[in-house]
Design a protein. Sequence first.
Length: 111
Amino acid sequence: MREIKFRAWDIKYKRWADDSLTFAIGRLSESAEEKGYILEQFTSLLDSNGKEIYEGDIVKNKNGSFGEVFYDQEHWRFGYRNGWAHPIEGMPNPRKSEVIGNIHENQDLLK
């Protein structure tokens, strides 16, 4: 069974919310942004270091390519929202990939 987890980015304070707050907001996800949070879901994949891969993470593959992890109504995708992207299931082995940042704290990695 797939584990369903979320993390929450606090828009106002520009930091990750603590786990108890993430759980509370996860239950009210429809209004999270109105409350000043961006919810990001766990993909159920781990990188080469055993780190959980979440929506909004920036992942670097063994071959040197990198991109953002996001959901597009049908699939988890890896790449660029306004460019190339493919289903994350087609991503070169996630176990050979590494989370190098996220879109909130490391946006410059995508430039």
